[in-house]
Design a protein around this ligand. Structure first.
Ligand code: PEP
Ligand code: MN
Length: 285
């Protein structure tokens, strides 16, 4: 992208790896898998998720505490009480966590209690928020806007980098189109293009793209094949009971099964899922 000085690749093999917490990175050979519910709903819910996923292997947990909902009458997230739950699980299980930051005044407390700050689609062009995140001192997961062009997406990342934060992960999560069969269209062409244009890690969120749980695993494997550096996937101990995005939530066993199924796809494109055996035939060949 012309003039996107900081996020553009300066040579074809340039690739940034970003450290998240003490032991997790994205942008190297290992894929980063993030799992968890759309929203933090209770301590028991997050404990159950952490217990199941820590061995999946899933390297990070997600859970929204400030939720950007279409209707002002829908559940808006647990707020600070949810952040306390997330932070407790993070400490007890030693697993890094990500949550969405919706406004500038939430940055300080979210930075104090989490490892990665998510900017949701609806805020991709909230330029004051992006500038403030440039000074947050923690990595940012920037989701593509609901109908953002790649140029708009790349320049949103440029805002954060140009304000001092080099640790930005781009996340393709589907874009609006004419067909309501899926919630959005997963733009895998964007993943391939972004990997060519920028040196930043690129994640894929197949959950918000599909909107239907039965489509999530197939899209996740396709994303890995297309070169994604990681996946963020919604799952819940009782998917049907999720307070938000129930239709797209996987059960915890489905999440584990999905992660296990990524091994061969990852190996085929020179990547690895930590803790998942590569296919023997490929590694022996
Ligand atoms: C979410 O991750 O729960 C979310 C609201 O995602 P998006 O901003 O991509 O819609
Ligand atoms: Mn959601």
């Amino acid at each position: 992208m012309k003039n996107a000085k900081l996020v553009n690749k300066s040579h074809p093999t340039q690739q940034t790896a970003i450290s998240i917490g003490d032991r997790t990175t994205i942008g190297g050979q290992d894929l980063l898998i993030i799992g968890g519910p759309c929203a933090v709903e209770s301590l028991e819910q997050m404990e159950t998720v952490a217990r199941h996923l820590a061995h999946a292997p899933v390297q990070m947990l997600r859970g929204g505490v400030f939720k950007p909902r279409t209707s002002p009458y829908s559940f808006q997230g647990m707020g600070d009480a949810g952040l306390t739950i997330l932070s407790g699980v993070r400490q007890r299980y030693g697993i890094p966590v990500v949550t969405e930051v919706m406004s500038m005044n939430q940055i300080e407390s979210i930075v104090a209690h989490t490892d990665l700050l998510q900017v949701g689609s609806r805020n991709m062009q909230n330029f004051d928020l992006l500038k403030a995140l440039g000074e947050a001192g923690k990595p940012v997961l920037l989701k593509r806007g609901l109908a953002a062009t790649l140029e708009e997406f790349v320049f949103a990342a440029e805002y954060i980098l140009s304000h001092g934060n080099p640790d930005v992960i781009l996340c393709e999560r589907g874009i609006r189109s004419f067909d309501s069969f899926t919630r959005n269209i997963l733009d895998l062409g964007a993943v391939v293009a972004l990997k060519q244009i920028t040196h930043l890690p690129v994640m894929v969120d197949p959950s918000h793209a599909a909107g239907k749980r039965e489509l999530v695993a197939g899209l996740a494997r396709a994303a890995v094949a297309a070169g994604a550096d990681g996946l963020i996937i919604e799952c819940h101990p009782e998917p049907e009971q999720s307070v938000s995005d129930a239709r797209q939530a996987l059960s915890l066993p489905e999440m584990v099964e999905l992660v296990q199924s990524l091994g061969p796809v990852a190996a085929a494109v020179g990547r690895r899922v930590r803790g998942v055996e590569p296919v023997r035939e490929l590694s022996a060949a």
